[in-house]
Ligand binder design. Structure first.
Ligand code: KIV
Length: 274
């Protein structure tokens, strides 16, 4: 039986199912989604987790960073995804400015996402500096996924999107933060753009699932931004990205053909009208 079919044995993916997958060594698949139609396809394909990422700020809204997207906009995207899914777990990013520095505000933001979008869980970036928010949200019964390594909401602090935690001090701090998040009750952690050896070490030392994006093959699962993986974005080519389609070119060609058919009056033909 294929891994895909094994996954389909579960009616719904829950945080407990993800933990069991880690324990038996089954890798976890995760992609981003921001709308109903794409989420329907990805869920039908058997994806384990859909992340309504604040990368919507980049790929859906065209901003340079993830900072501008608002809580209302995240709720709109999340509700669209939730309406589509039957099986996978949906994680929704808390956007920049909706949780940092104020655990009460963090809880309110998480509750809005759960109530108004019908989300299953939330994700937020950071370790020690957001631990009070993490604990407060979990104490209200909301599952939390952590995010360490390259955390795009802090891009102006880092100054660059290069690999994080290459030096021992930053690697030690990342491990300490992963343990803090685990201790606070997070159900999983995303590690973004760190050395593969460090990713594997965290996955071995931590009991909850570790999902990597540019964190090597030694972690418990992988996540990619759907637009990158399908080749809709064409400028973004980091080493960790595997493109499964070249949709930019395919959509471009299809659109050019459509334009030609309209201009030449080939479309609509007799069978395509009433
Ligand atoms: O917003 C996002 O797409 C993410 C992934 C890169 C993990 O956080």
């Amino acid at each position: 039986m294929s891994v895909h079919k094994e996954n389909k044995e579960f009616k719904k993916i829950t945080t407990n199912v993800l933990l069991a997958m880690k324990q038996r060594g089954e890798k976890i698949s995760m992609l981003t989604a921001y709308d109903f139609s794409m989420a329907t396809i990805l869920d039908d394909a058997g994806i384990d987790i859909l992340l309504v990422g604040d990368s919507a700020s980049n790929v859906m809204a065209g901003h340079e960073t993830t900072l501008p997207i608002t809580l209302d906009q995240m709720i709109y995207h999340a509700a669209s995804v939730i309406r589509a899914v039957k099986r996978c777990l949906v994680v929704v990013d808390l956007p920049f400015g909706s949780y940092q520095g104020n655990s009460k505000e963090a809880l309110n933001s998480a509750i809005r996402i759960m109530k108004e979008a019908g989300a299953h869980s939330i994700k937020l970036e950071g370790g020690e500096e957001v631990i009070d928010s993490v604990k407060r949200i979990i104490s209200a019964g909301v599952p939390v996924m952590g995010h360490l390594g390259l955390t795009p909401q802090s891009i102006y602090k880092f100054g660059t999107y290069t690999v994080r935690a290459k030096e021992e001090a930053e690697a030690d701090q990342l491990i300490a933060n992963a343990k803090l998040l685990e201790g606070a009750g997070c159900f999983a952690i995303v590690l973004e753009k760190i050395p593969a050896a460090l990713g594997q070490r965290v996955a071995e030392e931590i009991k909850i699932p570790i999902i990597g994006i540019g964190a090597g093959g030694g972690v418990d699962g992988q996540v990619l931004v759907m637009h990158d993986m399908l080749g809709i974005t064409k400028e973004f080519s980091p080493r960790f990205l595997r493109r499964y389609l070249n949709l930019y070119e395919e959509i471009l060609d299809a659109t050019k053909k459509y334009i030609t058919d309209v201009k030449s009056k080939d479309f609509p033909n007799e069978n395509e009208q009433y």
